[in-house]
Design a protein around this ligand. Structure first.
Ligand code: TXA
Ligand code: MG
Length: 332
């Protein structure tokens, strides 16, 4: 399926959604694969196209804060007043790269919630996403538009390469400027919990909400038990080529005659001569690193390399999300 220039293609995209089809669209984080969140058959097509386990719930995208009431039932929260207040405060961060987990409204298809009773909701900041969501007028369930477990797409060509003919239409909005998936924040507990770090940092959330923010706790998901958030699955976001983090290398001697691709956050000397080199920022600026990380991983994962070696940073602020994705990519 060819990608189309957005504005002229919005009416066609809306028609596809109304008829239970799939539309890939740009957001500021990554491209999403969208379907009407109230249409179970349409949502099942998303899982089929991605090869996604039915146990992994989807994020619901809306155009405005007033639409939350049609996706979530705050009244079923552990404390409706507290959760309502927190949601109002968080609205300052929307539109933006933040998804909030709440009790689900019954009109949202069971498949979206993966059989559970909660839903993640987000208002994306990309103008094309907002135009689509406004024109459609309803909630759009959309995971990242990639085959399950592969690196998320940050351009329309990434979507075409990965999902091709299974998508009704791809809206091309250019490269995504944030480049990492949204922060997933659960409001289901007394202490709000980040289930997946993203560009909205824990410090920012703490400031906006005026309370402590808990982090992902893999210990909550003993093997066999349902995961708190399936995005916490250890191996995820992975290229086919093995990924090793730079500090884990014990020097050039550990790399005999391998074809190595290297991803550096800023220019510096390496203890080996890489076959291919991607330098993501002249100054190590983490926003630039995040924006280009997935495209770099995909480019080096073209089958001709034995190993991808990736730079690392302090896992704080935006660095928490960057290191989260790289650690998952490097798990075998
Ligand atoms: O930036 C993003 O979030 C992108 C764009 C398209 O919006 N979407 C995205 O979707 O990354 P996906 O499906 O690739 O990741 C959604 C994450 C998964 O880790 C999933 O387990 C978690 O959100 N999630 C969704 N609904 C949830 C729920 N009800 N409770 C807990 N976690 C949930
Ligand atoms: Mg994904």
């Amino acid at each position: 399926m060819d990608a189309k220039v957005p504005s002229s293609a919005i009416p066609e995209a809306v028609q596809i959604l109304q008829h239970g089809g799939l539309v890939a669209f740009p957001t500021e984080t990554v491209y999403g694969l969208g379907a009407d969140a109230r249409n179970a058959a349409a949502v099942r097509k998303i899982f089929a196209a991605k090869g996604r386990p039915a146990s992994n719930p989807l994020i619901v995208h809306i155009a405005s804060f007033s639409q939350i009431a049609s996706c979530a039932e705050i009244g079923r929260s552990f404390s409706p007043k507290l959760v309502g207040d927190r949601l109002n405060k968080l609205s300052a961060l929307w539109p933006g790269p933040l998804s909030v987990v709440l009790p689900a409204h019954p009109s949202i298809a069971q498949e979206v919630c993966a059989g559970g009773s909660t839903v993640a909701v987000r208002i994306p900041r990309h103008p094309v996403a907002l135009e689509l969501l406004q024109a459609f007028g309803g909630p759009v369930a959309a995971p990242s538009a990639n085959p399950s477990n592969y690196v998320s797409p940050t351009t329309a060509s990434h979507v075409r390469e990965g999902l091709g003919s299974s998508v009704g239409l791809i809206l091309d909005g250019g490269p995504c400027h944030v480049g990492l998936e949204s922060t997933v924040l659960s409001l289901l507990e007394q202490t709000p919990r980040v289930l997946r770090p993203g560009a909205v940092t824990r410090a920012e959330l703490s400031l906006v909400l005026g309370c402590e923010i808990a982090g992902p706790s893999p210990g909550d998901a003993p093997s066999g038990a349902p995961l708190l958030s399936p995005g916490l699955l250890e191996k995820h976001y992975s290229p086919r080529t093995p990924v090793v983090l730079l500090p884990a290398l014990s020097g050039a001697s550990a790399l005999p005659q391998q074809r190595i691709g290297a991803i550096l956050f800023s220019p510096r000397r390496l203890p080996f001569a890489p076959t291919a080199l991607k330098i993501l920022s002249p100054s190590g600026d983490l926003a630039a690193v995040a924006a280009q990380l997935f495209a770099a991983l995909r480019e080096l994962d073209d089958g001709s390399l034995d190993l991808i070696v990736a730079d690392t940073c302090e896992p704080a602020g935006l660095g928490e999300a960057i290191m989260d994705r790289l650690l998952r990519a490097s798990r075998r």
